[in-house]
Design a protein around this ligand. Structure first.
Ligand code: 5AD
Length: 459
């Protein structure tokens, strides 16, 4: 059996693509392995969102040059967004690279591998695969699954490579998604995350058109409380009243939204072409929180976008403060090929970007800590997804419906169990607690668990 080593960089869409790669290659007889030295085929599934991610892929690729020289027959391939962005240039730059495959051409992998004479290239001018995607998915987890519902993006924010690497927006037929989720439920999956670059723009281009909320309602009926449902990432401009109502009323839908804001300054938002103002964004947050008070909110923020002044940055800080996020990914702006912002003359220095990043992270941490401290003394439902045995102590971890990571100790629960945990400790990134009891197969849904007390407190 030929052996495959697969290295994944980047977002959840890439994680899912990697599961597709393994699925496709399993059909060709490949077995997934961990150790580089044993591999007959090494694939790097890359990310191009920031320069650092791209550099990471190149430096990892570089470490295989020596192995390639030593091991006859070893083949090395580069997939993902860097493959799409750089194409042919990669084959010229890295002579030991055998093939390059863009995200929309994954299904051509088996064909490229069978042809041993050529160095292969499969990247489309505009990546436009359409659904159904025929690649089988090999899922790493037996508890949580990613399901792609739409691909690509039509927004063309001025900093972002996604429309170039993943192509234009296209949605998967509703029935096909629902059938996939029905199958996951039958196989005992406990959570599904719907994926798309602007996930809530789903369905606009389908004929007949479907809506994101209609999809969520249909999925909710299918999972019957036996699976948690999440989605990522929504575009703020497409957060509607109906979506806010669905978040509040559909029992399967978890109380968490990752809602990328990017900046708190109207001037910067305009220059980014985000299509909403600070006030528009804050109104969406208010709408969501009014309907779902327990909602946890996380976001993405870019600091040091070209032309960002100290005042613009302060507006970002004040927005972080005003929203009081549960968490955020904060990035230094990174110049990306093909994007309009790369050509702007007023680039911000690395030093200023670094300082702004530190400052924003400091503020964020204090707010996340405060949000997490509010859980102290409460009882939460945790979906167990990680068990660690260290020096005889069993440490278990899982996530609350609000997507908070909870660590607790105790034997018994295994991956996929729903348990109730009393929260006894909080940091900016995690919660800690004591196991109360298993919660059975069905999720508590939107029920309030705050009245429950740990067993030790009852006695
Ligand atoms: N520089 C820095 N961060 C970026 N992101 C996207 N493009 C860039 C860039 N050029 C961030 C955004 C996005 C997240 C996935 O990555 O915050 O929401």
């Amino acid at each position: 059996m030929p052996k495959l080593k697969l290295i994944t960089f980047g977002c959840q869409a890439n994680e899912l693509d990697s599961e597709r790669i393994v699925g496709l290659l399993a059909r060709e007889g490949y077995e997934l392995i961990e150790r580089d030295e044993e591999a007959d085929l090494i694939i790097l599934n890359t990310c191009a969102i920031r320069e650092k991610a791209e550099q990471k892929a190149y430096s990892r690729l570089g470490t295989f040059q020596e192995l390639k020289r030593r091991k006859k027959g070893l083949r090395i391939g580069l997939c993902g967004c860097v493959a799409q962005q750089e194409g042919q240039a990669l084959l010229a730059r890295f002579p030991y690279l055998d093939f390059v495959v863009g995200p929309a051409q994954l299904t051509s992998l088996p064909r490229l591998l069978r042809d041993e004479t050529n160095r292969g290239l499969a990247t489309a001018r505009t990546p436009t695969f359409s659904y159904p995607v025929s690649a089988p998915v090999y899922r790493r987890s037996a508890v949580k699954a990613w399901v792609s519902i739409m691909e690509g993006c039509d927004r063309f924010c001025t900093f972002c490579v996604v429309p170039f690497t993943r192509g234009r927006e296209r949605s998967r037929p509703l029935q096909e998604i629902v059938e996939e989720i029905r199958g996951l439920k039958q196989r005992g999956y406990r959570e599904v995350t719907l994926l798309g670059q602007t996930v809530n723009s789903y369905g606009k281009k389908l004929r007949p058109p479907a809506s994101f909320v209609e999809l969520l309602e249909t999925i909710d009926r299918v999972v019957e409380g036996e699976m948690r449902v999440r989605f990522t990432s929504p575009y703020p401009g497409d957060v509607t009243q109906e979506l806010a109502e669905a978040m509040a009323s559909l029992p399967s839908l978890c109380e968490h939204m990752h809602l990328p804001v990017q900046s708190g300054s109207d001037r910067t938002l305009r220059r980014m072409k985000r299509g909403y103002s600070r006030d528009d964004y804050l109104k969406k947050v208010e709408l969501l929180r009014t309907k779902t008070p327990a909602l946890a909110l996380t976001t993405d923020i870019i600091v040091g976008f070209p032309g960002e002044t100290e005042r613009d940055f302060e507006e970002t800080l004040s927005l972080i403060q005003e929203v009081g996020y549960d968490g955020a990914f904060i990035f230094k702006y990174s110049t990306r090929p093909h994007t309009p912002a790369a050509g702007l003359s007023d680039q911000v220095t690395e030093e200023i970007k670094g300082r702004r990043l530190e400052q924003a992270l400091g503020l964020l941490n204090s707010l996340s800590l405060a949000r997490n401290r509010a859980y102290l003394g409460r009882t939460v439902e945790v979906l167990v997804d990680h068990e660690d045995v260290k020096r005889d102590a069993v440490r278990v971890a899982g996530r609350t419906r609000e997507n908070k990571i909870v660590h607790f100790s105790g034997e018994g629960p295994t991956d996929g169990d729903l348990v109730l945990v009393a929260i006894t400790g909080a940091s900016a990134l995690h919660l800690q607690g004591e196991l109360i009891c298993a919660n059975g197969a069905k999720s508590s849904g939107k029920k309030d668990l705050t009245t429950l007390r740990p067993l030790s407190m009852i006695s």
